[in-house]
Write a protein that binds this ligand. Structure first.
Ligand code: DI6
Ligand code: FE
Length: 388
């Protein structure tokens, strides 16, 4: 898609690419002769979009939390379950007990579900280890996904996700003795592309997150933050102050937070799967984000607790239905804005010079992507110029 019509849609268009990237795109009628002579494929009028980018997932983890789902349906809240020793820390116990091979084997079917919906880049977080070895094992598993499938993986170190039982009531000691040393070790092994945190009453305060972000800055790593999901704690303002790539969830963000994100150029990553699963009522301030010019991405937040969802298309549908994004904003949220939330300028659009990561759909119009529920109209993916 190029600029112009809504969605940048080009009717009867061509894309010329090879493994080095997209060479040319535009209307068929303007296709330069040298590309017309190259090996070509008629896609029969099918829709071509950039490959989808899921910019916020916890894809690597062990176990599941179906029992917790039952408890929530009987009235227990997410925070109550976390305080009672369930929630994130129960996934931590399962993840610590799993080998890298087991983590990989359980993550691959979830990744495959995403690839079947046109994903070509996926972000994967650590954060279910909460000890140095398991945090590193999660990140190594995330890197292994990239070797196992034709997909690009970006990793985020999320040591500041929860306070493990052995540090209960000693969050600062956990940061000093485990989280920051684990971050340094991950960086030394080049396992972390970014640093994330969970700024929430049941996790870490803005002051504690600021310490993790300072460590990230010392290492030259970009930051992003789970902020304002269940309450307004000031994480979004902190993220903006630190020039974060993104502030994620942001249901409780204010118009002032929107202005701060706009000023810092940070992306608001909307995660409707968690909003839906936790049956939240507070929707993110989409109108304020639009008015301030904050880029909005959409992601699955795939995780075993608050968003057991492997469907980027459903996340787009939910972003439209629950949060009021237009289908065009939802698609931009899963492509160009998601790339921005990962600090990647080389993908997320169809334009000469960018990576040849494409999705070909059994669809006539891009609005169909956010519209259908439970159908997967993918015809083919192209990853790094290779059809797959
Ligand atoms: N917010 C989320 O939505 C996930 N992590 C976070 O900080 C939930 C993780 C979980 O419940 O396991
Ligand atoms: Fe998350």
């Amino acid at each position: 898609m190029t600029a112009g019509e809504a969605y940048g849609l080009v009717d009867k268009g061509s894309v010329a690419f090879d493994s080095t990237g997209i060479q040319w795109t535009g209307p068929d009628a303007d296709l330069p002769a040298k590309f017309a002579r190259a090996e070509s494929r008629d896609l029969g009028g099918r829709l071509v979009t950039p490959g989808l980018i899921d910019c916020h997932t916890h894809l690597v983890h062990a176990g599941n939390r179906a029992r917790e789902f039952e408890m929530r349906l009987q009235g227990a809240s997410y925070a109550e379950i976390a305080q009672a020793g369930g929630g994130i820390v129960s996934t931590v116990a399962a993840t610590r007990a799993a080998t890298e091979a087991e983590l990989l084997a359980s993550a691959l079917p979830r990744l495959d579900a995403m690839l079947a919906e046109g994903v070509t880049t996926v972000e994967v977080k650590s954060g279910y280890g909460l000890d140095i070895h398991t945090e590193l094992r999660m990140l190594r598993t995330a890197r292994a996904l990239e070797r196992a499938r034709p997909v690009a993986v970006r990793t985020s170190f999320l040591g500041a996700h929860a306070i493990p039982a052995e540090f209960k009531g000693r969050a600062d000691a956990y940061l000093d003795e485990v989280c920051i040393p684990a971050l340094e070790a991950a960086h030394a092994e080049r396992l972390a592309d970014a640093v994330d945190g969970f700024c929430e009453g049941i996790a870490f305060s803005p002051a504690q997150i600021a310490r993790v972000f300072e460590a990230a800055r010392r290492l030259g790593l970009p930051v992003k933050l789970h902020a304002e999901q269940l309450s307004h704690l000031g994480g979004t303002a902190l993220a903006a102050r630190m020039g974060a790539l993104s502030a994620d969830h942001v249901e409780y963000a204010t118009p002032e937070d929107a202005a701060a994100l706009a000023a810092s150029g940070s992306v608001a990553v909307l995660l409707p799967g968690a909003f839906y699963t936790l049956r939240e009522k507070q929707v993110p301030p989409v109108a304020a984000f639009r008015a301030a010019g904050v880029p909005m991405a959409v992601a699955t937040d795939m995780n075993p607790g608050s968003s057991p969802m492997c469907s980027p298309l459903l996340a787009m549908n939910m972003a439209a239905t629950f949060f009021g994004l237009t289908p065009e904003e939802a698609l931009a949220g899963m492509t160009v804005q998601a790339a921005r939330a990962l600090g990647l300028a080389d993908r997320g659009r169809i334009a000469a010079g960018l990576r040849a990561d494409l999705a070909v759909w059994e669809a006539e119009h891009p609005a169909e992507l956010a519209y259908r529920i439970g159908c997967t109209p993918l015809h083919a993916r192209v990853f790094g110029g290779i059809p797959c």
